[in-house]
Design a protein around this ligand. Structure first.
Ligand SMILES: C[S@@+](CC[C@H](N)C(=O)[O-])C[C@H]1O[C@@H](n2cnc3c(N)ncnc32)[C@H](O)[C@@H]1O
Length: 498
């Protein structure tokens, strides 16, 4: 599942200047801020002549990418308000195809009306649902709202029941138009279209108690048991705040996790985990991956952890967030967290701790943080003739100086298609740091001065992949013997030298 909760384009939101359709230096100069990497974020105000265009330019490539990343049975949910509801639906129709529009939910986001509104008090948001395949179906649910009418006043041993379901046929069925004689000999005439079932099936249903006669034997009553309800199609209206929460509750939730922070320096547009958990309930399978493109305060990660703890599922999450700076509020409170990513990370830590304490659930609370960066490898644009003998030392290492062994390991995992969520252990072999991924499937060492002893010890563990760094062998002879050592101890290992 991919969840997209973009800035709603209210006229106060910032978008990357690079996403703007045309650069307007004066405009940008006066309304911008930079993120941690120095990329300019520019306020998209309604006076911008390309107000919708610029927002859509920001969204379009992200939605395209979302479609590429979505699994064949995946679904994408987009929360939005009236500002860009129509436009986002248009680009989704173009990208996903209108046949993959599954539905539109209306979430009652506000728990108190805006009495100062000039026209309407806007109390809802939309959630657009698109899928990769038109055959996608939501999970049917036992909606507590729809279960309210199941009661058990006569202590029926089969549990709560409801007597109101129809016994007549929705279409005309001449062969099911038969009258029924009650135990005391009264005749009940068939409904206009006929009964729902044949005479034999009805007899059986009377025997099991699913069908019964009313006290005066004038009607046939159908009893449905709660335990037999497999679930109902979820409604497009999300109005029950105890099930899907509200915006104010989401801010309160964040405040409870960060009691030391002034409300004003906390993230201002979080979604309630109740809403996100509900969306998980109706869309996901127990072992799927949920990706959130605008993760903000990390509410979705919190919701996934809660969901896993409550349902013994193992859903994984990928949260994506730009390093938007946290800014000093009007009262002059300097934010504790430099950027929204840092706050989101801390939220996941705190939420995990809280869930563990409250539920004791033995789920995976861990997470890894990655940031998009340039390649670890140096750009080598020189022809041999351009390099002087005295400068050769400068080119002995092909890896950028500021890169850590962990950076190299992650690059290798991506190159080799090893999941970033794989188990990574750090071991010491002959004093060198060695990474073992997925119990020795991939073993890598990027330390300096790696000796034959280290290479041999790694080869003896028969990894599928063994990875070293070109400059790290202690001598030319170790580099020369490297292949031979593997040929002797683990000939099938695929070797890679960065
Ligand atoms: C509505 S908030 C998401 C809230 C989040 N679902 C939560 O519950 O905390 C929108 C997010 O989009 C991010 N954002 C704003 N402009 C962006 C841009 N141009 N590209 C990527 N992210 C952007 C903001 O940093 C903000 O975190």
């Amino acid at each position: 599942m991919i969840y997209i909760d973009p800035p709603y384009n209210t006229g106060n939101d910032f978008i990357y200047e690079d996403d703007f359709s045309q650069k307007d230096e004066d405009y940008a100069e006066n309304s911008g801020q930079t993120d941690e990497e120095g990329n300019r974020l520019v306020q998209n105000s309604e006076s911008n002549g390309r107000f919708h265009t610029d927002w859509l330019n920001m969204m379009y490539p992200r939605l395209k990418l979302a479609k590429d990343l979505l699994s064949d049975d995946g679904v994408i949910l987009i929360t939005i308000d009236h500002n860009e509801h129509a436009t986002v639906q248009m680009i989704c129709d173009e990208i996903f195809g209108h046949n993959c529009f599954i539905g539109e939910l209306v979430w009652k986001s506000s728990d108190n009306s805006n009495n100062n509104a000039l026209t309407f008090s806007e109390d809802h948001n939309y959630i657009l649902v698109y899928s990769k395949s038109p055959d996608w179906r939501p999970n049917f649910i036992n909606d507590p709202e729809k279960r309210r009418h199941f009661k058990n006043p006569d202590n029926d041993p089969k549990g709560p029941w409801f007597d109101g379901n129809p016994v007549n046929n929705p279409g005309l069925r001449v062969n099911l138009q038969f009258d029924i004689t009650t135990p005391s000999g009264k005749i009940i005439h068939h409904p206009a279209n006929g009964w729902r079932w044949s005479r034999e099936t009805m007899k059986e249903k009377f025997r099991t108690g699913e069908l019964r006669f009313s006290k005066d034997e004038s009607r046939v009553i159908r009893r449905t048991y709660l335990k037999d309800m497999e679930g109902l199609p979820p409604s497009t209206l999300l109005t029950n705040h105890s099930v899907t929460g509200h915006t104010r509750g989401a801010k309160y939730e964040l405040k409870k996790l960060f009691p030391e922070e002034p409300v004003t320096s906390l993230f201002s547009t979080p979604k309630p985990t109740l809403l996100l958990k509900y969306l998980l309930t109706i869309t996901v399978a127990s072992d799927c991956v949920v990706m959130d493109f605008f993760s903000g305060s990390g509410s979705m990660a919190d919701a996934v952890l809660q969901y896993n703890a409550q349902n013994s599922t193992s859903i994984k999450y990928i949260m994506i967030q730009i390093k938007e700076k946290c800014i000093t509020d009007k009262a002059g409170n300097i934010p504790t967290y430099k950027n929204i990513c840092e706050m989101g990370e801390e939220r996941i830590r705190r939420a995990g701790k809280k869930i563990k304490e409250e539920t004791g659930a033995d789920i995976d609370y861990g997470f890894r943080c990655f940031r998009v960066d340039s390649s670890n490898m140096k750009d080598v644009y020189y022809k041999p003739s351009d390099i002087k003998q005295a400068e050769l030392d400068l080119f002995t290492d092909n890896i950028k100086e500021d890169r850590t062994p962990e950076d190299l390991l992650i690059q290798v995992m991506l190159d080799l298609g090893v999941l970033l969520s794989s188990k990574i252990e750090e071991k010491k072999i002959a004093g060198k740091k060695v990474f073992s991924v997925e119990n020795g499937y991939l073993i890598a060492c990027f330390d300096e001065k790696v000796t034959e002893e280290v290479v041999t010890a790694i080869a003896q563990q028969h990894p599928f992949y063994a990875v070293f760094r070109d400059s790290s062998f202690s001598s030319d002879s170790v580099a020369a013997n490297f292949e031979q050592i593997f040929d002797t101890y683990s000939p099938k290992t695929v070797r890679k030298v960065l």
